[in-house]
Design a protein around this ligand. Structure first.
Ligand SMILES: [Zn+2]
Length: 363
């Protein structure tokens, strides 16, 4: 199943390819799930699978959350084929997050084969745009989370021991555009107001917004501006990534960006952007879910640990609604978004078992 999944490439920006993968998953679960495909705007379709699981009475819903897209362009398989070597499975998207999906479906199949009753309705949602910000799928994620008692996120665990994720930073971005006044750098230097110079001064200020002790980071990751070295630059722009640990820190940070004032009064500054994923804060409900998983892990001989990550997932949205969310339940491996993307074969069974046990134990 995993080989089929990896060999069906599905980059976020190729809706036809994502739809092929969505169809593959839909075919895989056809015998044991009701499937709905919903339009994903300029992305591929969103997939909802409601499983038929043993057990008469169902009360409440568990939402398993994943994404069908990967960061890898079509044709990556030629240089990075699916393969088994060194105790691992390798390939584009194998860790992030096709293995998580395959584990979850295998867990469901196991519960059916062994006729283990599950007290909740179980729904899997796969989003087509997670790797590019989830703008199309966010609404559906939030709608389904609101009617769920727990959300299980099939993203990979942290590190080669596969720590679960009980907190994620919130993510945002800002674009700062400086407009100055162009002039000839030789003939008319003083008539110019350099947007490049102004932006470089502002970047120094912006970098100062970082507060490591509070978990706030501000990264001016991209700058561009100017046209030629002998022209005083009329325009310059910076793209800045922000991360916050606590939602309550976001408004003050936004105010600092909006409050940027030009040092050279002849320049203007325009700021756009903001927080697009709220932080997943480690709530009591999340801790309770983690402790439950930890106990279940011990039954398979695995001591599960928890972690905080600066990276966002769709679990940020569900946790921000106050729904107990446990993330990082997918594969154990390394190299997400990198050429060494791979998963550990000897951790496939315990992860799959953990998912099955959680569906039963959440009750
Ligand atoms: Zn992912």
């Amino acid at each position: 199943m995993l080989r089929q999944f990896v060999e069906c490439e599905s980059p976020s920006d190729d809706p036809a390819a994502v739809n092929r993968f969505v169809d593959l998953v839909a075919d895989t679960v056809a015998g044991y799930a009701k499937v709905k495909r919903l339009p994903g705007g300029r992305f591929g379709r969103m997939l909802l699978c409601e499983f038929s699981l043993p057990g008469r009475r169902k009360s409440g819903q568990i939402l398993a959350l994943g994404h069908s897209d990967t960061v890898w362009p079509m044709g990556t398989l030629r240089s990075m084929p699916f393969r088994q070597a060194e105790g691992r499975l390798w390939g584009p998207g194998v860790l992030d997050m096709k293995a998580g999906i395959a584990f979850f479906l295998t867990a469901v199949e196991g519960l059916r084969e062994l006729d283990v009753p599950v007290a909740s309705k179980v729904v899997l949602q796969l989003n087509p745009d997670e790797e590019v910000g989830s703008e199309a799928s966010r609404e559906l994620t939030e709608k389904n989370a609101k009617v769920s008692k727990a959300v299980l996120v099939l993203e990979p665990g942290t590190g080669l021991i596969g720590k679960l994720k009980t907190a994620r930073k919130g993510v945002g971005d800002f674009t700062v555009t400086v407009k100055g006044r162009a002039s000839h750098a030789g003939v008319d230097f003083q008539a110019g107001a350099s947007a490049v110079l102004e932006l470089s001064r502002q970047i120094d200020r912006i970098a100062g917004f970082t507060q490591l002790e509070k978990g706030i980071t501000v990264n001016p990751g991209v700058i561009h501006g100017g046209t030629r070295s002998n022209v005083v630059a009329a325009e310059a722009q910076a793209e800045i990534d922000i991360r916050v640990l606590k939602l309550r820190d976001a408004p003050a940070l936004e105010r600092r960006f909006r409050g940027l004032k030009p040092i050279d009064k002849r320049c203007t500054i325009e700021v756009t952007g903001g927080l697009n994923r709220p932080p997943m804060e480690r709530s009591a409900g999340i801790v309770k879910l983690f402790r439950l998983a930890q106990g279940l892990g011990r039954e398979t001989g695995v001591e599960l640990e928890e972690s905080l990550t600066g990276g966002g997932s769709d679990g940020n949205f569900t946790a921000a609604l106050g729904i107990p969310t446990l993330d990082g339940l997918g594969a154990v491996g390394e190299g997400a978004h990198a050429i060494n993307e791979s998963i550990l074969i000897d951790r496939m069974a315990d992860r799959t078992a953990l998912l099955a046990k959680l569906l039963v134990a959440i009750g």
